[in-house]
Design a binder for this molecule. Sequence first.
Ligand SMILES: Nc1ncnc2c1ncn2[C@@H]1O[C@H](COP(=O)(O)OP(=O)(O)O)[C@@H](O)[C@H]1O
Ligand SMILES: [Mg+2]
Length: 310
Amino acid sequence: MLIAEGLRKRFGDREAVAGVGFEIAPGEIYGLLGPNGAGKTTTISMITGVLPRDGGRVSVDGIDLDTGPPARRRIGLVPQAITLYQDLTARENLLFWGRMYELRGSALDSAVDEALEAVGLADRAADRVGTFSGGMQRRLNLVAGLLHGPGLLTLDEPTAGVDPQSRSAIFDLLERLRDDGMAILYTTHYMEEAERLCDRIGIIDGGRLIAEGTRRELIAQLDDDARIELAFTGGHASERSEAVAKTVPGVRQAHWNGEHLAVFAEDGSRCLPGLLSAMLEADLPPARIEVVEPDLEDVFLELTGRALRD
Ligand SMILES: Nc1ncnc2c1ncn2[C@@H]1O[C@H](COP(=O)(O)OP(=O)(O)O)[C@@H](O)[C@H]1O
Ligand SMILES: [Mg+2]
Protein backbone atom coordinates (compact mmCIF):
# COMPACT_ATOMS: atom_id res chain seq x y z
CA MET A 1 0.00 0.00 0.00
CA LEU A 2 2.93 2.31 0.74
CA ILE A 3 6.37 2.32 -0.86
CA ALA A 4 8.80 4.98 0.37
CA GLU A 5 12.33 5.03 -1.01
CA GLY A 6 15.39 7.09 -0.19
CA LEU A 7 13.57 9.94 1.57
CA ARG A 8 15.77 12.93 2.36
CA LYS A 9 15.17 16.24 4.07
CA ARG A 10 17.61 18.91 5.09
CA PHE A 11 16.91 21.90 7.34
CA GLY A 12 19.77 24.33 6.84
CA ASP A 13 22.90 22.27 7.32
CA ARG A 14 21.13 19.62 9.44
CA GLU A 15 20.15 16.48 7.61
CA ALA A 16 16.91 15.58 9.45
CA VAL A 17 16.17 12.53 7.27
CA ALA A 18 19.04 10.95 5.37
CA GLY A 19 17.73 8.22 3.08
CA VAL A 20 14.81 6.48 4.79
CA GLY A 21 12.74 3.86 2.95
CA PHE A 22 10.23 1.16 3.87
CA GLU A 23 7.10 -0.54 2.61
CA ILE A 24 3.77 -1.21 4.30
CA ALA A 25 1.36 -3.89 3.10
CA PRO A 26 -2.42 -3.76 3.43
CA GLY A 27 -3.44 -5.17 6.80
CA GLU A 28 -0.13 -4.27 8.41
CA ILE A 29 0.79 -1.85 11.22
CA TYR A 30 4.29 -0.50 10.69
CA GLY A 31 5.88 1.24 13.65
CA LEU A 32 8.52 3.91 13.24
CA LEU A 33 10.28 3.83 16.60
CA GLY A 34 12.92 6.33 17.62
CA PRO A 35 13.88 8.91 20.22
CA ASN A 36 12.89 12.58 20.03
CA GLY A 37 14.57 14.32 17.11
CA ALA A 38 15.17 11.03 15.22
CA GLY A 39 13.26 12.24 12.15
CA LYS A 40 9.87 10.54 12.62
CA THR A 41 7.69 13.60 12.05
CA THR A 42 9.81 14.75 9.11
CA THR A 43 9.49 11.29 7.51
CA ILE A 44 5.72 11.05 8.01
CA SER A 45 5.32 14.63 6.72
CA MET A 46 7.09 13.75 3.48
CA ILE A 47 5.02 10.59 3.06
CA THR A 48 1.77 12.51 3.47
CA GLY A 49 2.91 15.32 1.19
CA VAL A 50 2.74 17.91 3.98
CA LEU A 51 6.45 18.65 3.59
CA PRO A 52 8.31 18.76 0.26
CA ARG A 53 11.16 16.23 0.02
CA ASP A 54 14.72 16.91 -1.01
CA GLY A 55 14.98 13.41 -2.42
CA GLY A 56 13.29 10.03 -2.66
CA ARG A 57 10.00 8.64 -3.89
CA VAL A 58 6.65 7.82 -2.34
CA SER A 59 3.83 5.82 -3.85
CA VAL A 60 0.51 4.93 -2.27
CA ASP A 61 -1.60 2.09 -3.66
CA GLY A 62 0.64 2.15 -6.72
CA ILE A 63 0.12 5.86 -7.36
CA ASP A 64 3.05 8.27 -7.18
CA LEU A 65 2.56 10.92 -4.48
CA ASP A 66 3.58 13.60 -6.97
CA THR A 67 0.32 13.06 -8.87
CA GLY A 68 -1.25 15.10 -6.05
CA PRO A 69 -4.92 14.58 -5.16
CA PRO A 70 -5.27 11.00 -6.53
CA ALA A 71 -2.53 9.77 -4.17
CA ARG A 72 -3.40 12.08 -1.26
CA ARG A 73 -7.01 10.87 -1.25
CA ARG A 74 -5.71 7.41 -0.32
CA ILE A 75 -3.90 8.73 2.75
CA GLY A 76 -5.40 9.51 6.14
CA LEU A 77 -3.36 11.83 8.30
CA VAL A 78 -3.53 12.06 12.09
CA PRO A 79 -1.13 14.80 13.09
CA GLN A 80 0.82 15.07 16.33
CA ALA A 81 -1.09 18.23 17.32
CA ILE A 82 -4.87 18.19 17.93
CA THR A 83 -6.57 19.85 14.95
CA LEU A 84 -10.08 20.37 16.30
CA TYR A 85 -12.15 23.51 16.83
CA GLN A 86 -12.83 23.79 20.56
CA ASP A 87 -16.00 25.86 20.03
CA LEU A 88 -17.59 23.40 17.63
CA THR A 89 -19.29 20.15 18.61
CA ALA A 90 -17.73 16.75 17.87
CA ARG A 91 -20.12 16.26 14.94
CA GLU A 92 -19.46 19.75 13.55
CA ASN A 93 -15.71 19.13 13.66
CA LEU A 94 -16.04 15.88 11.74
CA LEU A 95 -18.42 17.48 9.21
CA PHE A 96 -15.77 20.14 8.66
CA TRP A 97 -12.98 17.61 8.09
CA GLY A 98 -15.23 15.43 5.92
CA ARG A 99 -15.94 18.41 3.65
CA MET A 100 -12.21 19.09 3.46
CA TYR A 101 -11.90 15.56 2.10
CA GLU A 102 -14.65 16.39 -0.43
CA LEU A 103 -17.38 14.28 1.15
CA ARG A 104 -20.92 15.61 0.76
CA GLY A 105 -24.57 14.77 1.56
CA SER A 106 -25.50 11.35 2.88
CA ALA A 107 -22.00 9.94 2.31
CA LEU A 108 -20.68 12.61 4.65
CA ASP A 109 -23.41 12.05 7.25
CA SER A 110 -22.88 8.32 7.39
CA ALA A 111 -19.06 8.64 7.49
CA VAL A 112 -19.40 11.00 10.47
CA ASP A 113 -21.87 8.70 12.26
CA GLU A 114 -19.60 5.71 11.73
CA ALA A 115 -16.56 7.62 12.95
CA LEU A 116 -18.27 8.80 16.15
CA GLU A 117 -19.44 5.24 16.78
CA ALA A 118 -15.97 3.79 16.16
CA VAL A 119 -14.40 5.78 19.01
CA GLY A 120 -17.32 5.59 21.42
CA LEU A 121 -18.28 9.26 21.11
CA ALA A 122 -21.71 8.91 19.48
CA ASP A 123 -23.46 10.00 22.68
CA ARG A 124 -21.23 13.10 22.90
CA ALA A 125 -21.71 14.12 19.25
CA ALA A 126 -23.61 17.31 20.14
CA ASP A 127 -21.17 18.46 22.86
CA ARG A 128 -18.53 21.11 22.32
CA VAL A 129 -15.05 19.65 21.91
CA GLY A 130 -13.79 22.20 24.44
CA THR A 131 -15.58 20.19 27.14
CA PHE A 132 -13.79 16.91 26.17
CA SER A 133 -10.90 15.30 28.04
CA GLY A 134 -7.52 15.04 26.32
CA GLY A 135 -8.13 11.38 25.54
CA MET A 136 -11.55 12.05 23.97
CA GLN A 137 -10.03 14.80 21.81
CA ARG A 138 -7.28 12.41 20.69
CA ARG A 139 -9.87 9.81 19.68
CA LEU A 140 -11.86 12.38 17.73
CA ASN A 141 -8.69 13.73 16.11
CA LEU A 142 -7.90 10.19 15.01
CA VAL A 143 -11.20 9.47 13.26
CA ALA A 144 -11.12 12.85 11.52
CA GLY A 145 -8.35 11.29 9.41
CA LEU A 146 -10.49 8.26 8.52
CA LEU A 147 -13.66 9.86 7.15
CA HIS A 148 -12.70 9.53 3.48
CA GLY A 149 -11.85 5.82 3.77
CA PRO A 150 -8.08 5.93 3.13
CA GLY A 151 -6.05 2.79 2.35
CA LEU A 152 -3.09 4.12 4.35
CA LEU A 153 -3.50 5.73 7.76
CA THR A 154 -0.55 7.63 9.21
CA LEU A 155 -0.41 8.59 12.88
CA ASP A 156 2.27 10.69 14.51
CA GLU A 157 2.60 9.87 18.23
CA PRO A 158 -1.18 9.67 18.68
CA THR A 159 -1.08 8.67 22.34
CA ALA A 160 0.82 11.69 23.66
CA GLY A 161 -0.93 12.92 26.80
CA VAL A 162 -3.59 10.22 26.67
CA ASP A 163 -5.10 8.37 29.66
CA PRO A 164 -4.78 4.54 29.68
CA GLN A 165 -8.45 3.97 28.73
CA SER A 166 -8.27 6.21 25.67
CA ARG A 167 -4.96 4.66 24.70
CA SER A 168 -6.44 1.21 24.76
CA ALA A 169 -9.51 2.45 22.81
CA ILE A 170 -7.10 3.85 20.19
CA PHE A 171 -5.18 0.56 20.00
CA ASP A 172 -8.42 -1.44 19.67
CA LEU A 173 -9.56 0.79 16.82
CA LEU A 174 -6.21 0.54 15.00
CA GLU A 175 -6.26 -3.26 15.33
CA ARG A 176 -9.80 -3.38 13.89
CA LEU A 177 -8.74 -1.15 10.97
CA ARG A 178 -5.69 -3.34 10.38
CA ASP A 179 -7.85 -6.48 10.40
CA ASP A 180 -10.09 -4.81 7.81
CA GLY A 181 -7.05 -4.45 5.52
CA MET A 182 -5.85 -0.93 6.20
CA ALA A 183 -2.11 -0.17 6.08
CA ILE A 184 -1.07 1.83 9.14
CA LEU A 185 2.06 3.87 9.78
CA TYR A 186 2.51 4.63 13.46
CA THR A 187 5.33 6.68 14.97
CA THR A 188 6.24 6.49 18.62
CA HIS A 189 9.12 6.85 21.04
CA TYR A 190 7.47 4.33 23.39
CA MET A 191 9.02 0.92 22.96
CA GLU A 192 6.07 -0.75 24.71
CA GLU A 193 3.65 0.67 22.13
CA ALA A 194 5.71 -0.56 19.21
CA GLU A 195 6.05 -4.01 20.82
CA ARG A 196 2.37 -4.35 21.58
CA LEU A 197 0.82 -2.83 18.45
CA CYS A 198 3.11 -3.09 15.45
CA ASP A 199 3.48 -6.04 13.07
CA ARG A 200 6.80 -4.67 11.82
CA ILE A 201 9.06 -2.02 13.28
CA GLY A 202 11.64 0.30 11.79
CA ILE A 203 14.07 1.77 14.29
CA ILE A 204 15.07 5.30 13.31
CA ASP A 205 17.88 7.38 14.75
CA GLY A 206 19.69 10.42 13.44
CA GLY A 207 17.56 10.45 10.29
CA ARG A 208 18.45 6.88 9.33
CA LEU A 209 16.64 3.57 9.58
CA ILE A 210 19.11 1.51 11.58
CA ALA A 211 17.12 -1.73 11.86
CA GLU A 212 13.88 -3.19 10.62
CA GLY A 213 11.81 -6.30 11.18
CA THR A 214 9.22 -7.95 13.36
CA ARG A 215 9.78 -7.68 17.08
CA ARG A 216 10.99 -11.28 17.05
CA GLU A 217 13.40 -10.67 14.16
CA LEU A 218 14.85 -7.55 15.75
CA ILE A 219 15.46 -9.27 19.05
CA ALA A 220 16.88 -12.35 17.29
CA GLN A 221 19.66 -10.08 15.95
CA LEU A 222 20.98 -10.04 19.49
CA ASP A 223 21.74 -13.79 19.24
CA ASP A 224 22.58 -15.14 22.67
CA ASP A 225 23.09 -11.72 24.12
CA ALA A 226 21.51 -10.87 27.42
CA ARG A 227 20.76 -7.74 29.36
CA ILE A 228 21.98 -7.77 32.90
CA GLU A 229 20.55 -5.21 35.28
CA LEU A 230 22.42 -4.07 38.34
CA ALA A 231 20.98 -1.90 41.07
CA PHE A 232 23.05 -0.37 43.84
CA THR A 233 22.28 0.88 47.30
CA GLY A 234 23.25 4.42 48.13
CA GLY A 235 23.62 7.24 45.66
CA HIS A 236 27.26 6.78 44.73
CA ALA A 237 26.88 4.24 41.90
CA SER A 238 25.72 6.54 39.09
CA GLU A 239 27.65 6.77 35.86
CA ARG A 240 30.82 5.36 37.36
CA SER A 241 29.31 1.86 37.24
CA GLU A 242 28.84 2.31 33.48
CA ALA A 243 32.55 2.93 32.95
CA VAL A 244 33.50 -0.01 35.17
CA ALA A 245 31.17 -2.41 33.34
CA LYS A 246 32.63 -1.43 29.98
CA THR A 247 36.05 -2.71 31.07
CA VAL A 248 34.72 -6.25 31.66
CA PRO A 249 35.46 -8.77 28.87
CA GLY A 250 32.28 -9.81 27.01
CA VAL A 251 30.43 -6.59 27.79
CA ARG A 252 29.28 -4.86 24.64
CA GLN A 253 27.38 -1.91 26.07
CA ALA A 254 26.52 -0.49 29.45
CA HIS A 255 24.08 2.25 30.21
CA TRP A 256 23.21 3.94 33.50
CA ASN A 257 19.59 5.11 33.31
CA GLY A 258 19.41 6.93 36.62
CA GLU A 259 17.98 3.93 38.47
CA HIS A 260 19.93 0.92 37.40
CA LEU A 261 22.79 -0.10 35.17
CA ALA A 262 21.82 -2.03 32.03
CA VAL A 263 24.70 -4.16 30.81
CA PHE A 264 24.62 -5.73 27.44
CA ALA A 265 26.73 -8.87 27.23
CA GLU A 266 27.73 -11.39 24.61
CA ASP A 267 27.16 -14.96 25.45
CA GLY A 268 24.39 -14.47 27.96
CA SER A 269 25.21 -14.50 31.61
CA ARG A 270 28.76 -15.88 31.26
CA CYS A 271 30.29 -12.53 32.07
CA LEU A 272 28.41 -12.33 35.38
CA PRO A 273 31.37 -13.39 37.56
CA GLY A 274 33.69 -10.89 35.86
CA LEU A 275 31.11 -8.16 36.13
CA LEU A 276 30.53 -8.82 39.82
CA SER A 277 34.22 -8.83 40.73
CA ALA A 278 34.86 -5.66 38.73
CA MET A 279 32.07 -3.91 40.63
CA LEU A 280 33.34 -5.14 44.00
CA GLU A 281 36.86 -4.06 43.12
CA ALA A 282 35.55 -0.59 42.24
CA ASP A 283 33.74 -0.47 45.58
CA LEU A 284 30.34 -0.67 43.88
CA PRO A 285 28.66 -3.67 45.55
CA PRO A 286 25.39 -4.39 43.67
CA ALA A 287 22.21 -4.71 45.74
CA ARG A 288 20.50 -6.63 42.92
CA ILE A 289 21.65 -8.41 39.77
CA GLU A 290 19.12 -9.70 37.27
CA VAL A 291 19.41 -11.31 33.84
CA VAL A 292 16.54 -9.98 31.72
CA GLU A 293 15.10 -11.23 28.43
CA PRO A 294 16.12 -8.72 25.73
CA ASP A 295 13.57 -6.29 24.33
CA LEU A 296 13.54 -3.56 21.67
CA GLU A 297 15.23 -1.20 24.08
CA ASP A 298 18.21 -3.55 24.00
CA VAL A 299 18.23 -3.60 20.21
CA PHE A 300 18.43 0.18 20.24
CA LEU A 301 21.06 0.20 22.96
CA GLU A 302 23.14 -2.37 21.11
CA LEU A 303 22.96 -0.39 17.86
CA THR A 304 23.52 3.09 19.25
CA GLY A 305 25.02 2.73 22.72
CA ARG A 306 22.26 5.00 23.99
CA ALA A 307 18.92 4.43 25.67
CA LEU A 308 15.73 4.96 23.72
CA ARG A 309 13.86 6.34 26.69
CA ASP A 310 14.58 9.87 27.77
N1 LIG B 1 11.09 22.96 10.55
C1 LIG B 1 12.29 22.60 11.01
N2 LIG B 1 13.36 23.43 10.93
C2 LIG B 1 14.59 23.06 11.37
N3 LIG B 1 14.85 21.86 11.93
C3 LIG B 1 13.84 20.98 12.03
C4 LIG B 1 12.52 21.31 11.59
N4 LIG B 1 11.73 20.23 11.83
C5 LIG B 1 12.52 19.30 12.40
N5 LIG B 1 13.78 19.74 12.52
C6 LIG B 1 14.92 18.98 13.06
O1 LIG B 1 15.01 17.75 12.36
C7 LIG B 1 15.29 16.67 13.23
C8 LIG B 1 14.19 15.65 13.18
O2 LIG B 1 13.01 16.20 13.73
P1 LIG B 1 11.62 15.43 13.79
O3 LIG B 1 11.35 14.81 12.46
O4 LIG B 1 10.60 16.36 14.32
O5 LIG B 1 11.96 14.28 14.85
P2 LIG B 1 10.97 13.36 15.71
O6 LIG B 1 9.59 13.51 15.16
O7 LIG B 1 11.52 11.97 15.54
O8 LIG B 1 11.06 13.82 17.13
C9 LIG B 1 15.49 17.29 14.61
O9 LIG B 1 16.85 17.52 14.78
C10 LIG B 1 14.72 18.58 14.51
O10 LIG B 1 15.27 19.54 15.39
MG1 LIG C 1 7.81 14.08 16.09
